[in-house]
Design a protein around this ligand. Sequence first.
Ligand code: NAP
Length: 286
Amino acid sequence: MIPRLAILGVGLIGGSLARALKRAQRVGEIVGCGRNEDQLRKAVELGVIDRYTTDPAEAVRGADVVVLGTPVSAMRAVLAAIRDHLAPQAVLTDVGSAKGCVVEDARAVFGGLPERFVPGHPIAGTEKSGVEASFAELFEHRRVILTPHVENAAPAVDLVRTMWLATGAQVVEMGIRHHDEVLAATSHLPHVLAYTVVDTLAAMDDRAEIFRYAAGGFRDFTRISASDPAMWRDICLANRECLVAVIDEYVGNLQRLRAALAAGDEPTVYETFRRAKHARDNFYRE
Ligand code: NAP
């Protein structure tokens, strides 16, 4: 049970966490914080939070758990605004999609990593944004990755783990760098590809014709390019070192496939597609 929870950034992820914890009856009061009062009022109307403030310092006062649910680019400023106002017992965590940058922000703001700051990342989301898109079931049967650091106090990690378990998620732990490498490959690269494919086709002369005949496969493949461009700009830039490495690997493979297609190299084309189908079939059987 968390007597008072502060959520800074009550959007899709912060709002869904609030809803899930309320549904599980694992939280007393939820205080929301953001910049847009209309959105915060909406969050109260929807029953996602109990009250709100636009002042981060006020939001965290007396809170037992503080969740940073803002875009990763806003984390440093928010951490600086709350640093001197956290209750002594407060456990701090975040939901940012890249972890190295947030840990760096915390180190810069606190002059070291606080023992009660537990970085986290729920591997769940949709292409929608804002509190109205939030729902209590978002994290059910999904993974939440915690990336604890050596300075962490074990009870703080336990509390954050227990909080996520209450949402129906499975909680795993990973090193910070490893998290960023894995997510660059599994999440950030697919977003880059989806945005680039749609952007490429949209610039073609016969784009109207192209999109008119786009079938279900195209829709599936490009769904994530409907995600908030500002948020994904921030994530991709924050994790650019890992992302550029995996883009290079992908470009190398694409060039090999291009060469095989240009040369009419049937075995290479088939073998590439067969390996990919085999990998995907195995992956989704898990
Ligand atoms: P979202 O729906 O756009 O919500 C972000 C919230 O942060 C909004 O309520 C916004 O409210 C607030 N905010 C934005 N800038 C702020 C600032 N400078 N100071 C204070 N509040 C600010 O985004 P989201 O999808 O929930 O993503 C939030 C975090 O979760 C990001 O760090 C993202 O990397 C991570 N994440 C996203 C997904 C996904 O698939 N969407 C999945 C896992 C993790 P105001 O505009 O009112 O300030």
